[in-house]
Design a protein around this ligand. Structure first.
Ligand code: DHB
Ligand code: FE
Length: 278
């Protein structure tokens, strides 16, 4: 049976892509963030997942305001990255875990999540950067499945709905007959706001409470509406619903393998967690 072996959540500030391309990981500005990754690389060496299911948000590369699904899943043989204008070099294409992605799609629809299935899908920095952070030197030793969550156009799916989506993804993975080790990614956050009068808004107490809830009270953030979340963590901080969906794929307790939190990278409170099911 397919089994979730870990949940990795991380911020996806585009400037990280430039820092990787220029090998600036040890530069004083970048070091506190990149220092979060060697323990995760060691874990990957040991555990060697076969497939990544990435809960992420497209920022306008594949979906734009004219056609923007609340939830979408990739069912493609490969996923292609393109120049988004942030100066991140496009990545080699990502092989899709096609058969598992159709299984997830079918099970999600039967579980009342009417996801859009995408047999072609461009993937932006929200998908590509967590992959580049996890595998800086091997492109790519896993197959992947992108799950896109709308965090751009109001109304956004509530944190509770995203949690339930994650639970349904977890059930679907658990019912897949092939023995596969699955790593679930949650991309984005934590608090940040890129524009308007509150540009630069960061809410460290909320972020800390949220990171603690991942381990000790996973449904904590489901009490908030989409608008509540914007108020707390900023217009783009709402991306933390991707963390919530990823965490919800494991119904039971998880233990922390590694966590880091650093303010700021660009406009963002940059955070990373790796958790393992107990
Ligand atoms: C930044 C953060 C994001 O999540 C994003 O998608 C784009 C930019 C930033 O802080 O620069
Ligand atoms: Fe973002």
């Amino acid at each position: 049976m397919a089994k979730i072996v870990g949940i990795m959540t991380t911020s996806h500030v585009p400037a990280l892509g430039k820092a990787i391309a220029k090998n600036l990981q040890s530069d004083p500005y970048w070091k506190p963030f990149f220092d979060g990754f060697p323990p995760i690389h060691e874990w990957l060496e040991k555990v060697k997942p076969d497939v990544v299911v990435s809960c992420y948000n497209d920022h306008g590369l594949n979906f734009f305001l004219d056609k923007l699904p609340t939830f979408a899943i990739g069912t493609a043989p490969e996923y292609v990255s393109e120049d988004e204008g942030w100066g991140i070099p496009p990545q080699p294409s990502f092989p899709g875990a096609e058969d598992l992605s159709w299984h997830l799609r079918d099970n999600l629809v039967r579980d009342e999540f009417d996801v859009v299935s995408c047999q072609e899908m461009l993937v932006d920095h929200s998908f590509t950067l967590p992959m580049a952070l996890l595998w800086p030197h091997q492109k790519w030793p896993v197959k992947s499945i992108p799950v896109a969550i709308n965090t751009t156009l109001f109304p956004m799916p509530s944190p509770r709905r995203c949690f339930k989506l994650g639970e349904a993804i977890g059930r679907a993975i658990a019912s897949y007959p092939e023995d596969l080790k699955v790593l679930v990614i949650g991309s984005g956050g934590l608090s940040h706001q890129l524009e308007g009068q509150r540009a630069g808004h960061i809410n460290k107490p909320f972020d800390e409470r949220f990171m603690d809830s991942m381990l000790n009270d996973p449904q904590w953030a489901t009490q908030f509406s989409d608008v509540d979340l914007v108020e707390q963590v900023g217009n783009e901080g709402v991306e933390l619903v991707n963390w919530l969906a990823a965490r919800a794929t494991v119904p039971g307790r998880v233990k922390l393998v590694h966590a880091s939190y650093h303010i700021p990278i660009s406009n963002t409170a940059a955070a990373t967690m790796l958790m393992e099911p107990i």
